[in-house]
Design a protein around this ligand. Structure first.
Ligand SMILES: Nc1ncnc2c1ncn2[C@@H]1O[C@H](COP(=O)(O)OP(=O)(O)OP(=O)(O)O)[C@@H](O)[C@H]1O
Ligand SMILES: O=P(O)(O)OC[C@H]1O[C@H](OP(=O)(O)OP(=O)(O)O)[C@H](O)[C@@H]1O
Ligand SMILES: [Mg+2]
Length: 281
């Protein structure tokens, strides 16, 4: 059976569970379940703390796991990113009280509060900057005001937590992070893993496309097919009115509204957009 580690709490847990569910795997009935056997898919799911998942994968006790790129690098574990999963996107940044620091040189000799000590220490060493890291488990933004650090290094999504704490980012991002499926060289060719990756890719692709259905006069079909060429080719079906046809095609989600406008402009009507759960292209 393929053994997969899944985050049991925090920002990664819910989107990871949703993605696995959309890929056809069983989900937990309660948050207290720590192991779940999915016989139909020949997979065993282990629900673990996100920060520990890289350790379990690195030790080979599970074949693969879902964690964050930043957590993987902070773990110092020899594991490999097998598939970026497109959620929990964030940057990892230095931040200091507004106007006090503007470049990496300002970090020299300072105290940096972070929950990701290994990640920060490795980055500072690589940049040739000597500074002290102060480990905090979370709510790192309060550390400067309370005097335990001169600046922080933390996850930034919208930046609202930093602004609320009177901090501003400076310097280049240390890292761009997102949720990733990780494995090891030992297991990267595990048969069940290829199926898992194919299914997750199917969910990711389905999320980036939508299905467009519309009716179009037959004499405009050539124009419509240029707007919605589909993947191989649009599906065209006859309507009761012989002068009209119904068309169905996959289009990139980000282009859906522009495409609807263009279709309407050439005479398409009953233009419908629907989401996809999974696909194989
Ligand atoms: N606001 C956020 N936006 C995007 N990703 C985030 C955010 N906060 C944490 N993450 C990501 O979640 C992972 C950290 O998960 P973890 O569960 O350890 O902390 P958490 O999600 O902040 O949960 P908690 O704060 O409850 O411990 C990292 O990969 C981090 O990049
Ligand atoms: O840029 P933003 O959109 O404000 O998001 C970033 C914040 O989100 C996370 O905090 P979380 O709420 O997980 O609390 P924690 O710091 O205690 O983990 C992270 O640690 C940052 O503080
Ligand atoms: Mg957090």
């Amino acid at each position: 059976m393929l053994r997969i580690a899944v985050p049991n709490k925090g920002s990664l847990s819910e989107p990871a569970t949703t993605m696995l569910s959309e890929a056809g795997y069983r989900t937990r009935r309660s948050g207290r379940e720590l192991v779940l056997v999915d016989d139909a898919n020949q997979v065993e799911l282990f629900f673990l703390r996100p920060r520990d998942i890289a350790v379990y994968v690195g030790q080979g006790t599970v074949h693969a796991g879902v964690t964050g790129r930043d957590l993987l690098l902070d773990s110092g574990v020899e594991a490999i990113e097998h598939l970026p999963l497109g959620f929990a996107r964030s940057t990892f940044r230095f931040a200091a009280p507004s106007g006090t620091m503007s470049s990496l040189a300002d970090v020299e000799g300072k105290r940096v509060a972070t929950s990701y000590d290994v990640l920060v220490r490795n980055y500072l060493a690589a940049q040739g900057v000597s500074a002290q890291t102060v480990h905090l488990d979370g709510a790192v933004e309060s550390s400067v005001q309370l005097g335990v650090a001169d600046l922080i290094a933390d996850v930034v999504e919208t930046g609202s937590t930093l602004r609320a704490a009177g901090l501003e980012t400076f310097g280049e991002p240390i890292l761009a992070s997102e949720a990733v499926l990780i494995t090891t060289e030992q297991y990267r060719d595990e048969p069940g893993l290829a199926t898992l990756v194919r299914r997750l890719e199917g969910v990711l692709r389905a999320r980036s496309y939508v299905l467009v259905d519309y009716d179009i006069p037959m004499n405009r079909l050539h124009l419509a097919s240029e707007i919605t060429p589909g993947i191989e080719s649009p599906t065209v079906s006859p309507l009761q009115n012989p002068d009209w046809v119904a068309v169905r095609a996959m289009v990139p989600r980000k282009d859906a509204n522009r495409i609807m406008d263009e279709l309407y402009a050439i005479g398409a009507r009953a233009i419908l957009v629907s989401s996809l759960v999974a696909c194989r292209l």
